[in-house]
Design a protein. Structure first.
Length: 417
């Protein structure tokens, strides 16, 4: 209980509360659309590859241009960037709603809109993470990171539940209208944030080589580099749960959209718990991150072997706990060991690893699912998690034995000052 109360401490800051509510509303609408869009694609095409392409297009901009997105976040006012990108996100949701309601939607429309959403997220997501230090200060930064990710995961419970209800009653179009409306509410809370109460951070001047400087900064730290590589590997092969749960629901258990919504909601419930678990520890380290990844591999294997929808729902909850625990811990590690002036670029690389990697992982996952079934794609994910995280644990222990500071330790943080 004390650990949870400590995490909640960041909510005492007015500006952070407003961002917390804004992002919670926005993510609820987005997750509602994710479920509806995935099911719409499966209705338009019986080939799992189509869904894999949609997911790949949505995260391709982050993969290709994520480092430049981080440079933009470090150069401009992050609050304004969030406002502009949220407005564009709402417009894209409204366009999809009009196409669906008018019965004009085709697969290529969804491909194009998914790509556009990817360009919006290229700026919006690193800006949403990088602004946290300006809202709460360095002391409460880890608490704010974990609360934000917890809100993200909890919103992905509410969104799928709403999607399941709406899809079973009024159809696809209303889902996309609700998402567009959620952006309007989110913008209202963003507008209420008071810039005068934000902690100042020096914006970098426009000059050549800023992206290269960010990459060099990460390369100069083996701990940062290994953490980002591990996140990328897990992102490519393990984190494509939107695809895996959709195909498991339809292809393995033969359920409708409510079955997919159930699995996705349970995953989100677990995610909220996992994010809070990360906040209970004040000094994250690479060994702990690898251990959480091992648990993620075991949980994914178990999900692949689930005999029915009910058991799969329970295992989805457990997988969500460990997945978001891993995500939150990796974000904590990078946030607390990065210079504030570099944080936008470092977190942009984190977003490339967590989300941009879907552009590679989704086609691979869809190929495995088409060839051997949804259970096989989950089993491959579990095997990769076990192998990669096991290697990282051995590497981290070797560095500790050699007397080098572990990422997240007081020695490592002191080296930044």
């Amino acid at each position: 209980m004390l650990g949870v109360l400590a995490v909640m401490e960041a909510l005492k800051v007015r500006n952070f509360r407003l961002l917390f509510i804004s992002q919670g509303i926005s993510v609820t609408g987005t997750s509602l659309q994710d479920v509806a869009q995935a099911w719409l694609v499966l209705q338009l095409s019986s080939d799992y590859t189509a869904l894999g392409i949609v997911v790949a297009f949505q995260y391709l901009p982050m993969l290709l241009f994520g480092a430049w997105g981080g440079e933009i976040v470090d150069r401009f006012d992050r609050r304004r960037l969030l406002f502009v990108t949220d407005a564009f996100g709402g417009l894209l949701a409204l366009i999809l709603a009009i196409l669906v309601i008018s019965h004009s939607v085709q697969l290529w429309h969804i491909y194009v809109l998914a790509l556009c959403v990817g360009f919006v997220n290229l700026i919006n997501q690193p800006a949403g993470q990088s602004i946290l230090g300006q809202l709460v200060g360095e002391k409460l930064l880890i608490r704010a990171v974990d609360l934000t990710l917890s809100a993200f995961s909890i919103s992905r419970v509410v969104g799928p539940i709403l999607a399941g209800l709406l899809l079973e009653t009024v159809g696809f179009g209303v889902c996309f209208v609700v998402n567009a409306a959620s952006y309007l509410v989110s913008l209202g809370f963003l507008a209420a944030i008071r810039p005068a109460e934000m902690y100042p951070v020096s914006a970098i001047a426009r000059q050549r080589g800023q992206v290269r400087a960010g990459l060099a900064y990460v390369r100069s730290s083996p701990n940062l580099r290994i953490t980002l590589i591990l996140v990328a590997v897990i992102g490519i092969f393990v984190f494509n749960y939107q695809f895996n749960l959709a195909t498991l629901a339809k292809g393995t258990f033969g359920t409708g959209p409510s079955g997919f919504a159930l699995l996705f909601s349970c995953f989100g419930v677990g995610g909220g718990i996992g994010s809070l678990l990360a906040g209970r520890k004040s000094a994250p380290n690479l060994t702990r991150l690898g251990g959480i990844g091992i648990l993620l591999g075991v949980g994914t294997f178990a999900l692949a072997a689930s005999p029915n929808l009910v058991v799969a729902a329970g295992l989805s909850l457990l997988a969500g706990v460990v997945a978001y625990w891993f995500v939150s811990t990796s974000a904590d590690l990078l946030q607390v060991t990065s210079h504030p002036e570099m944080r936008g670029r470092v977190m942009a690389l984190w977003f490339i690893g967590v989300f941009g990697s879907f552009a590679i992982g989704s086609p691979f996952t869809s190929w495995v699912a088409n060839m051997a079934g949804p259970r096989a794609s989950l089993a491959v994910s579990g095997a990769v998690a076990l192998a990669s995280c096991g290697i990282v644990i051995l590497w981290a222990r070797h560095r500790i034995r050699a007397g080098e500071p572990a990422l997240g330790s007081e020695e490592a943080r002191a080296s930044l000052s």
